[in-house]
Design a protein around this ligand. Structure first.
Ligand SMILES: NC(=O)c1ccc[n+]([C@@H]2O[C@H](COP(=O)([O-])OP(=O)(O)OC[C@H]3O[C@@H](n4cnc5c(N)ncnc54)[C@H](OP(=O)(O)O)[C@@H]3O)[C@@H](O)[C@H]2O)c1
Length: 262
């Protein structure tokens, strides 16, 4: 119980698994969550790094699923919450199944902020804690053919700064990690492998996670991982939304990938 304790959501793959691995290497015990059995394989890797790992397989898109995760913490003080679980959904909005679109919102927004509220209240009482939210540079641009997803990340990017301000001088810091396109299961799960962004070279999730973890430990407000993404987000800030929406079409429209034309 003397080791610090972190909760990492979406720890079965991608950025979340790498965040959890860094936590393990830094001496944290872990409570990890995702909604597929691959999470148990991830837990084995994390245990091999020296962490005591509790695993909760649960759908974080609903409050009951989040309650199950929170119950597994069993009252142990949380030193760091890395709320990273999320997923995208490609194709035009009118061609998406509404329940699938809703699951993006429920996971990326509702489940995420519910968990943050539960954990942050205990952190505020203890006057210490670190929170890392995985937002995205997608939050800076309208996501043509990923419209709902980009909207959820705009929410998280904004929410993170607001909560950070509310928790000023409480000893609790809130940091938003804003990655660009990263080599994870994300694009396959979103059914975007035939898109340009799905096929382009992407960032290494271990590098992205390192940038996010370090920013969280410093207590920074936000961090955009990688210089190309920093440049892209700076340009997005001064580009009209309509232009950004058209640019997004070029990379996310179904069939926009090179291999789709071969
Ligand atoms: N990859 C990118 O280009 C990129 C860029 C910017 C931001 N991000 C953000 O980074 C975060 C991690 O994504 P990733 O790229 O690492 O993709 P990933 O490899 O697909 O990982 C997503 C993780 O979230 C979990 N998850 C998704 N929905 C869940 C739900 N309803 N309940 C429980 N767990 C759920 C997944 O678990 P299961 O597999 O068990 O569902 C998995 O562990 C997401 O918030 C994503 O939006 C990604």
């Amino acid at each position: 119980m003397s080791k610090p304790f972190a909760i990492v959501t979406g720890a079965s793959s991608g950025i979340g698994l790498e965040l959890a691995a860094i936590c393990a290497q830094q001496g944290f015990d872990l409570l990890i969550a995702a909604d597929r059995p691959e999470l148990h394989t991830a837990a084995d890797r994390l245990r091999s790094l020296g962490a005591a790992v509790t695993v909760v397989e649960t759908d974080l898109a609903n409050t009951e699923g989040v309650d199950r995760l929170w119950a597994a913490a069993a009252g142990r003080p949380v030193d760091a919450l890395l709320a990273n679980a999320g997923h995208g959904l490609g194709h035009g909005f009118l061609d998406q199944d509404f329940q699938d679109a809703r699951h993006v919102i429920d996971t990326n927004i509702t489940g995420t902020i519910y968990l943050v509220q539960l954990v942050a209240r205990t952190m505020r009482s203890r006057r210490q804690g670190r929170i890392l939210l995985t937002g995205s540079i997608a939050g800076f641009m309208p996501g043509t053919y990923q419209a709902v997803y980009n909207g959820t990340k705009a929410f998280i990017d904004s929410f993170s700064f607001a909560l950070r301000a509310e928790l000023k001088e409480t000893g609790v810091t809130v940091t938003c990690l804003m990655p660009g396109a990263t080599e994870t299961d994300f694009f396959e799960r979103a059914d975007m492998l035939d898109t340009k962004v799905g096929q382009d070279k992407k960032d290494d999730p271990a590098d992205v996670a390192r940038v996010g973890f370090d920013a969280m430990m410093r207590g920074d407000g936000d961090v955009v991982s990688g210089w190309k993404n920093k440049l892209q987000s700076a340009i997005a800030n001064v580009t009209p939304a309509g232009v950004l929406a058209e640019q997004h079409r070029k990379v996310a429209e179904p069939g926009s990938g090179q291999e789709a034309h071969d």
